[in-house]
Design a protein around this ligand. Structure first.
Ligand SMILES: NC(=O)C1=CN([C@@H]2O[C@H](COP(=O)(O)OP(=O)(O)OC[C@H]3O[C@@H](n4cnc5c(N)ncnc54)[C@H](O)[C@@H]3O)[C@@H](O)[C@H]2O)C=CC1
Ligand SMILES: N[C@@H](CC=O)C(=O)O
Length: 817
């Protein structure tokens, strides 16, 4: 014998009921079973509301009751052919007549006791189960209607009656023994030994099913609902939550206590006592295996779920007068009990200086008053401080029976929370080691759940939440590149990259679920676009509070770079091609790196030098492995190399510079390249990465920007003015060519000093053959002494740069894994 229970959502309308019938048809070949039904979805609430309305003299209950009656007729007429309807119609009519009378009575005497409410509520299940009993006959089942009031005996604690199991078990066994056929049972309702109608409290229909399962020693109990079992976390907060295949009874109780509302602990008890397996199944996805709950789980998995409880406040009771005083806890908890406050979590350190208690927010004022009253004299004479309240808290809990004697679970929990900058206010773990709970701020709840979920269940799967400032040439190329790789990274590398914030210098926009990158709008065209404000952008990023957030700066802006410390303080990683932070003040450069290290987040800037070429990483590896850089000789500007190599082909200089800009090789302002500033910044960064304390003053830079072109209204005017210097540049080139040389704009760093400028090189020099946007870097080090280490390749352009930025973002996925 198997017991199946279908909840209100499964029988909310004819379409859903047909799904239930098809599930029952499939059961026919699988042995004997009985079925428990809840009231049709929402009916109980409507009945109770009508009663409350009648109780306060609000006659609108009459229309609501009429509508409810109609709904029942509609359902029965759609399920039962006309020739079989009459007895069912009569049954329903009589029940609604009774209800009318009851409500009228309430309306007249303005009295509605718990007993009356139970009686009113009982109509929901009586109606649904009766209609479904008859409808199932039409489907070919030999059904028997079971009004559970006949067999479940309880005391008369209306609203939450206690079951008299010995009597109930006998009555159920007798009933089943004497009545062949498929029993269709009303959930939720029972009766007292005086024949009064009672109800079984929250999730009462589940309880009914468990009572029958226990009384009949059922082989299993199936709870059919509208979700596919118990999930690893709340799917509304954790998008990657998934169904837990198997749970022990204890784990299921812990999880449901902390928010997995699929099953209510008390309802499991009768089945649990008999070791009856419970399946949680989805009526709308019957093929889904759902969750099996039983006494044992052979999977050996340590953590099964991460659940939470919102709306919590912390009470801190502290003072020197608490230390080594016997009876303090008894008085605290006695006072709370007397005030009817439910204690959710308790934590006391061994110093005994303070006791921390978590309670529901709506009970905190009462709790504070009760404790302060209890310790009035201690507070007065300073032995104890007034009770401190920390509001707006939430509890997150990792649950799993196999934590027992398995070191590392709590370590993982607090590492994940710490890495994501989530402050833990209190901790509790019982010696049963079934649950580790941490109190965090309500604002951090979603982030905490996601961080823990990832740490425990998705160690192979990572979601990176990107906030991109600078949707210009590189930024747009980056979005395109992520869009084209997004699915493959998810599928093959378990890496999900989502962009939640985009901005240019004028507008910013955010998307909670991540922008659709294949059709990503420009910031100004996105829904909810607003004027750009850097502080507000960062504040929004902080308030979205995702775990694994990444701030990508694709601007050339000093203002953006100036806010990196704030970003890192918020434990958000930074990826950037922007050189401003690393080529600015030396102390700031060092402090940013230190801060990133301290906060445990990455600050990656491979594209600061030579775009996507692996220059910074290589240099960092050399330094980490103990090498020493003696000399760096390099062509570090893709645009300058393009300009001087293309110029050889005979085009006017100003025209080649314009082409370099059009090809996306130059800085937003090409004078940054021509002036040598860009190369100056790069050689400075390389020097600093080589552990040399370089300042910008240590670099001698030869600018190629003619004096009258330095100050112009805009870039266009600069190009116009540059034209006037074409002849002078052609002469420079001709002189070099005459000497059999080529012009290369390069940087040399040696002995703590750097030089940046134009050189005429003969064919013996490695830079002689460079073409287009090529960069080339020669590292002469203690290890690479006789022959330098050489890195060469395109060092500018949208695609190679965006690819480098993208690679840094992907690297974050691996780093934090
Ligand atoms: N073009 C290339 O080959 C390479 C470029 N880079 C670096 O990449 C960065 C971006 O370069 P491009 O995309 O070419 O520049 P761009 O001028 O095309 O785009 C810059 C974007 O940043 C935005 N922006 C500027 N200031 C801002 C602020 N304060 N707040 C918000 N947004 C702001 C602009 O509106 C624009 O959307 C620069 O730092 C550049 O040095 C690095 C390596 C190679
Ligand atoms: N303008 C730069 C691009 C990247 O830093 C260059 O020309 O190399």
């Amino acid at each position: 014998m198997k017991i199946l229970k279908f909840g209100g959502s499964s029988v909310a309308n004819t379409t859903n009921i047909r799904k239930v019938f098809s599930i029952l048809q499939d059961q026919k070949s699988q042995g004997e079973f009985a079925v428990v039904f809840s009231a049709f979805g929402g009916v109980t609430e409507i009945l109770l509301t009508c009663a409350q309305k009648a109780n306060v003299g609000d006659r609108s209950y009459v229309t609501e009751l009429k509508a409810l009656e109609e709904r029942h007729y509609e359902i029965l007429k759609s399920l039962i052919p006309i020739q079989h309807q009459s007895s069912v119609l009569t049954y329903v009519k009589v029940r609604f007549n009774e209800l009318e009378d009851v409500f009228h009575g309430i309306y007249l005497i303005k009295e509605c006791s718990a007993r009356t409410l139970d009686y009113v509520a009982s109509f929901g299940e009586r109606l649904s189960a009766f209609i479904l009993t008859e409808a199932l006959k039409v489907e070919g089942f030999d059904t028997v209607f079971v009004d559970a009031r006949e067999v479940i005996r309880t005391n008369n604690r209306f609203g939450n009656a206690k079951v008299d199991f010995p009597t109930t078990n006998d009555l159920i066994a007798d009933f089943f023994h004497n009545r062949p056929g498929l029993k269709v049972i009303t959930g939720f309702i029972a009766s007292s030994d005086k024949g009064e109608t009672t109800t079984l409290g929250r999730s009462g229909s589940d309880y009914t099913a468990a009572i029958f399962a226990s009384a009949l020693n059922a082989t299993s109990l199936e709870i059919w609902t509208d979700v596919s079992g118990v999930m690893t976390s709340d799917p509304r907060l954790v998008y990657t939550a998934f169904t837990i295949p198997q749970l022990t009874y204890n784990e299921a109780m812990e999880l449901s206590h902390f928010g997995a509302k699929v099953i209510f602990p008390a309802t499991m008890q009768p089945a649990m006592k008999k070791g009856i397996p419970i399946f949680i199944k989805n009526t709308f996805e019957p093929e889904n295996a759902g969750t099996l709950i039983n006494g044992d789980d052979p999977s050996g998995q340590i953590i099964k779920g991460v659940s939470s409880m919102s709306g919590i406040a912390l009470l801190n009771i502290q003072g020197a007068g608490l230390i080594e005083v016997v009876g303090v806890s008894r008085r605290v908890f006695g006072a709370l009990a007397d005030a009817g406050v439910n204690v959710i979590l308790i934590s006391q350190a061994s110093s005994e200086h303070s006791i921390c208690v978590a309670v529901r927010s709506n009970e905190v004022a009462r709790a504070k008053e009760a404790i302060e009253q209890e310790f009035l004299s201690e507070i007065k004479n300073g032995e104890m401080d007034p009770v401190l309240i920390t509001p707006d808290m939430a509890v997150v809990a990792a649950v799993g029976e196999n934590m027992k004697h398995n070191p590392g679970s709590s370590g993982r929990m607090f590492q994940a929370l710490g890495q994501n900058n989530i402050n833990v206010y209190a901790i509790a773990q019982g010696s049963s080691e079934l649950n580790i709970s941490a109190v965090v701020s309500q604002a951090d709840l979603q982030k905490a759940l996601n961080a823990l979920h990832e740490a425990y269940f998705l160690s192979d799967n990572k979601v990176l939440h990107v906030f991109l400032v600078g949707v210009g040439l590189i930024g747009k190329a980056l979005i395109k590149m992520i869009a084209s790789q997004q699915e493959k990274l998810q599928r093959e590398n378990d890496l999900d990259i989502q962009i939640h914030g985009i901005a240019n210098s004028r507008f910013m926009a955010f998307h909670e679920d991540g922008f659709d990158l294949k059709n990503c709008p420009e910031p100004q065209d996105a829904a909810g676009a607003m004027p750009m404000n850097l502080e507000a952008f960062i504040a929004q990023m902080e308030s979205m509070n995702f775990s694994n957030s990444v701030f990508v700066d694709c601007t050339a802006s000093q203002d953006v770079a100036d806010l990196y410390d704030r970003v890192l303080e918020a434990k958000v990683a930074i990826v950037t091609p922007n050189k401003k932070a690393n080529s600015g003040d030396l102390a700031k450069y060092k402090s940013l790196k230190k801060l990133a290290y301290k906060r445990g987040v990455k600050f990656l800037y491979e594209t600061n030098v030579a775009a996507g070429l692996p220059v910074i990483n290589t240099l960092q590896d050399l330094m980490l492995s103990g090498d020493k850089v003696l000399r760096i000789e390099a062509v570090l500007s893709g645009s300058m190399n393009f300009i001087f190599s293309e110029f050889e082909k005979g085009m006017p200089f100003s025209e080649v510079v314009r082409q370099a800009k059009e090809k996306g090789y130059t800085e937003p302002d090409p004078r940054d390249d021509l002036s040598g500033m860009d190369v100056g910044r790069k050689i400075l960064i390389l020097g600093r990465e080589a552990e040399q304390d370089l300042h910008f003053d240590d670099i001698v830079i030869q600018s190629m920007v003619p004096d009258d072109c330095v100050e112009t209204k805009d870039v266009e005017e600069f190009f116009t003015k540059l034209k006037a210097h074409d002849t002078a540049f052609t002469k420079l080139l001709a002189d070099a060519q005459e000497a059999g040389k080529k012009l290369r704009f390069m940087a040399i760093l040696e002995n703590g000093k750097a030089k940046v400028g134009l050189n005429a090189l003969d064919s013996s020099h490695p830079f002689y053959t460079l073409k287009g946007s090529d960069n080339m870097i020669l590292f002469t080090t203690e290890r690479y002494h006789d022959f330098p280490m050489i890195i060469r390749g395109p060092g500018a352009g949208a695609d190679v740069t965006a690819a480098g930025v993208f690679a840094d973002v992907i690297r974050l996925g691996n780093f934090t894994r």
